[in-house]
Every structure is written in structure tokens, then in C-alpha cells.
Design a protein around this ligand. Structure first.
Ligand code: UDX
Length: 454
């Protein structure tokens, strides 16, 4: 099939590369000429495992190209995906649809023949109607069907998620779209991935509901972790105990410093606004947002408590800055609030992240010194705080770390270490929802990446 993708950002790039890999002819359009030139040379502006390789093979095979020429790309396409950004609108938290509307207007003047216009961007309920309206007004001759096909990609695992999805949700209002979308996803359909056809508004809402539910699940286990600390219970075993119930499921039950990233904070906020607009309040989601906001600052107080209640003049080493591992994304990362909380109380912060330092420098430069490795962070530190669970932090040489530090305080905000192991090395160890004295049942305390079953 001939596919055009408007917007070569994170979602557009991954979607384009994966569709090309299915054998479709894909043209990705972006306004940014230097970005397009770089992509045609296979220089990828973001860090996503496997993406460079996928781009290289499909650019090489001629199935994937990048251009600034929207008209040409759209004119030759049977399906046009809109994958532009929908950031939070400044001031009110609504999703900002400026780019979506602009894309719709440009697509309207360029389509030729029956064309599907598919929103991949996360958009509020009713946006598909707006896109259809804009296109009809701009070009009454255009023969189009507007489809909603939200993405459920996790950063750091996006290609895997695209190729092995739990489901593909397709919202249509025009029956002609069904056959075309089935063809677009045929390779996955053959792999038994459920292709769920539904109404356009249902598909739009499904995306928000999925992200909000996951954000609530994480926030729930974070609150349970606090209660574990207050009562002497162990959150990892509570998570295991509830997660083995199939109705609950084991994923997204890793307690931590709070969720961040480009999706959960923005989409939960937007869902609350959608609820307000329709006089149907999203009270659980509102509460989730408030708890998560407070939690990030609470984590700096936890570090301060671990340092004896005062960090003035102390050096705190921070391991991991990105909102989660395997990404260079710093958006809404808990590390930002945690570091600010420590700096506000007079601490000197030294940080290291395997991929996030370029983005971090732009956000926290001036308040933080950067190091080149975990071991460098440890030099003369009064405490070490593990904020993001990168694999390279999972098997640190604890003896070497301790020898480098001024005092052996280790705060593990992702629970990736076993208490007994860290304590054996002479550390004062603080983790999340696993108080000293909580009894383990033989199940390893240390767990996989966030989101994986315990
Ligand atoms: C999310 C959704 O998972 C994805 O389907 C959607 O398309 C985009 O938003 P992403 O933002 O990449 O993906 O990250 P995700 O892996 O879902 O993690 C979100 C946040 O929750 C991270 O800050 C992570 O650290 C946190 N988290 C996740 C936990 O604290 N505990 C968990 O058990 C799982």
C-alpha cells in the first residue's frame, strides 16, 4: 500500500519505519528540512532501540523516504496518517490541536482519489469529526474517510510494541475504511493480533482510558508502598500477591518515584478536561494526577530523611535522569522534581544518565554537575539515589561504589536491589515500600524492567 505519514516525530518515525518493514511504500513528511535531510541519511534524532537499524534497511530497500513536500506525498497515498504532536495547551491542560488542524487543512488540498485520513496522534473525543469537517470545508471535492487509530507504543519498546501489539484499535464511521485498514495491518492480522473495529469516538476515548488506567495502577501501588512503609509490609510481595489474580494482572505494579514521560501526564490531564467539557468528571484521574505530582517532591524528602534530615552542603549522587530506561526522554521525569527538592535544601547534586544527559543539561543545567559513569557519581558523595532503573545500574560493583563515597547511604527509588545484598556491603539502604524487617518469602526482591511481571 502507499502510505504517507505527516509528522516525523517519535510516533511518526516508528510507525513509518514499521509499516515500511511490513512491505508498504511509506513517505514521511516533516516541515523541518534539516531533520528530513538527516533522516534520509539515516541520522535519527531520538534514542529508540532498533529504530536506526529499521530505518537503514527500509531506506536502503527504497520503501521509506522522508520529505518536506506534503502535497506530493499525500497525492500519491491511499492512506495518510496524522502523527503530529498534541502537547498540553499552556494554561488549561487541554490537548493543543493546532498541528492536527493544520495537517488536516494541508491534506485536504492535496488528496487525490479515495483516501483514508487516519489520526495516530492522541486526540480528544470528537477530533475525528473536526478533521472531517475541516477537510470538507477546505476541499468539498475531497473523497476521504477519517479514521482514528491510536498508538499504544511504549518508549524504549516501541518497535516491539508495534510489531507485537496486544490489540489494534480502529475507529471508523465509513465502512469503506474497514477493508483498507485491514490491508494496512494485514501482516499483524496474520499474526493473530486482534484488530478491533469500533466507532471513531470510542477509539479516541479508548486511548485516553488506557493511559489513565495505567497511570492509576502505578499510582495505586505507589500509595500502597507508602502504606507498606507505615505498617511494615513489603510492597513487592503485595504487588505479586494481587498481580497473580488475573483480573488485576502483574504489570504496572512496580512502585517507584511516580510516573512521568510524554504520555501519562499529558493524557491524564487532557482526559480530566474532556470530562469537564462533557460535565462528566473524571474524579479518579484527577486524584491520580494530584497524588503523582506530590509524590515526586515527596521523593526528595525521602532522600533528605535518609541523609539524617539535612542535606545542606552534602553531595548527593543521582543515578538515572530520564523518566524511564531505554529512552533519552526527560519530559516530566521525576528526577527533575527530586533534584530541585534537594537543591532547594542546599544539596550539591552530581548526576549521570546513560542517554539523558543532553536533554537533562537543558533542563537542570546550572543546578547540577554531570558525571560520566555511576562510579564517577559516587566519588565523595554523601548519598547515592537511584532514580531510573537502567540495566547498567542493576549490577554495580557495590564495594567499589562504597569505597568511593564519603558516607554509604543508598536510596533505591526503583527497588532494583536486594536489601540484604546492599546492607551486607555496609550501606544504609532505603527503598520504596520495603521497610527493614519486612519478611521475604524467597521470591527474589530484585525485579525486571518496570511494566514486566514480578
Ligand atoms: C505509555 C503507555 O504505556 C503507552 O501505551 C502509550 O502509548 C504512551 O504512554 P511510555 O510513556 O513510553 O508509554 O511509558 P511506560 O512504560 O508506560 O511508563 C510510564 C511511566 O510509568 C514511567 O515513568 C514509568 O517509570 C512508570 N511506571 C511504569 C512505574 O512507575 N511503574 C510501573 O510498574 C510501570
Amino acid at each position: 500500500m502507499k502510505i504517507a505519514i505527516v509528522g516525523a516525530g517519535y510516533v511518526g518515525l516508528v510507525t513509518g519505519a514499521c509499516f515500511a518493514d511490513f512491505g508498504h511504500d511509506v513517505v514521511c513528511v516533516d516541515k523541518d528540512q534539516p531533520r528530513v535531510d538527516a533522516l534520509n541519511r539515516c541520522e535519527v534524532p531520538i534514542y529508540e532501540p532498533g529504530l536506526v537499524e529499521l530505518l537503514r534497511s527500509n531506506l536502503g530497500a527504497g520503501r521509506l523516504t522522508f520529505t518536506t513536500d506534503l502535497k506530493l506525498a499525500v497525492a500519491g497515498a491511499e492512506v495518510v496518517f496524522i502523527a503530529v504532536g498534541t502537547p498540553s495547551r499552556r494554561g488549561d491542560g487541554h490537548a493543543d490541536l493546532t498541528y492536527v488542524h493544520e495537517a488536516a487543512r494541508q491534506i485536504a488540498t492535496a488528496v487525490s482519489g479515495f483516501t483514508l485520513v487516519v489520526t495516530k496522534s492522541t486526540v480528544p473525543v470528537g477530533t475525528g469529526d473536526e478533521v472531517a469537517q475541516i477537510i470538507a470545508t477546505t476541499n468539498p471535492e475531497a473523497d476521504i474517510a477519517v479514521v482514528s487509530n491510536p498508538e499504544f507504543l511504549r518508549e524504549g519498546a516501541a518497535i516491539e510494541d508495534f510489531k507485537r501489539p496486544d490489540r489494534i484499535v480502529v475507529g471508523i464511521e465509513d465502512e469503506r475504511a474497514r477493508a483498507v485498514m485491514t490491508e494496512v495491518y494485514r501482516p499483524l492480522y496474520l499474526n493473530q493480533a486482534p484488530l478491533m473495529f469500533t466507532g471513531r469516538r470510542t477509539a479516541e476515548l479508548t486511548k485516553y482510558a488506557a493511559n489513565a488506567f495505567l497511570a492509576m495502577k502505578v499510582t495505586f501501588i505507589n500509595e500502597i508502598a507508602d502504606l507498606c512503609e507505615a505498617t511494615g509490609a513489603d510492597v513487592q510481595q503485595v504487588a505479586r500477591g494481587i498481580g497473580l489474580d488475573n483480573r488485576i494482572g502483574a504489570k504496572f505494579l512496580h512502585a517507584g518515584p511516580g510516573y512521568g514521560g510524554s504520555c501519562f501526564p499529558k493524557d491524564t490531564l487532557a482526559l480530566v478536561k474532556i470530562g469537564q467539557d462533557h460535565d462528566s468528571p473524571m474524579r479518579l484521574v484527577e486524584t491520580t494526577i494530584a497524588i503523582n505530582e506530590q509524590r515526586k517532591r515527596a521523593m526528595s524528602r525521602k532522600v533528605i530523611a535518609a541523609c539524617g534530615g539535612d542535606v545542606r552542603g552534602k553531595t548527593i549522587g543521582v543515578l538515572g535522569l530520564t523518566f524511564k530506561p531505554n529512552t533519552d526522554d526527560m519530559r516530566e521525569a521525576p528526577s527533575i522534581d527530586i533534584i530541585q527538592g534537594l537543591v532547594d535544601r542546599g544539596a550539591h547534586v552530581v548526576a549521570y544518565d546513560p542517554q539523558g544527559m543532553v536533554a537533562a543539561r537543558m533542563l537542570v543545567d546550572g543546578t547540577v554537575d554531570f558525571a560520566d559513569s555511576a562510579y564517577e557519581v559516587a566519588v565523595d558523595a554523601d548519598a547515592l539515589v537511584l532514580v531510573t532503573e537502567w540495566n547498567e545500574f542493576r549490577s554495580l560493583d557495590l564495594a567499589r561504589i562504597k569505597a568511593a563515597m564519603k558516607s554509604a547511604v543508598f536510596v533505591d527509588l526503583r527497588n532494583i536491589y536486594r536489601r540484604d545484598e546492599v546492607v551486607r556491603h555496609g550501606f544504609d539502604y532505603t527503598s520504596i515500600g520495603r521497610p527493614a524487617g519486612a519478611i521475604a518469602d524467597g521470591v527474589p526482591e530484585s525485579v525486571g524492567a518496570a511494566g514486566e511481571p514480578l
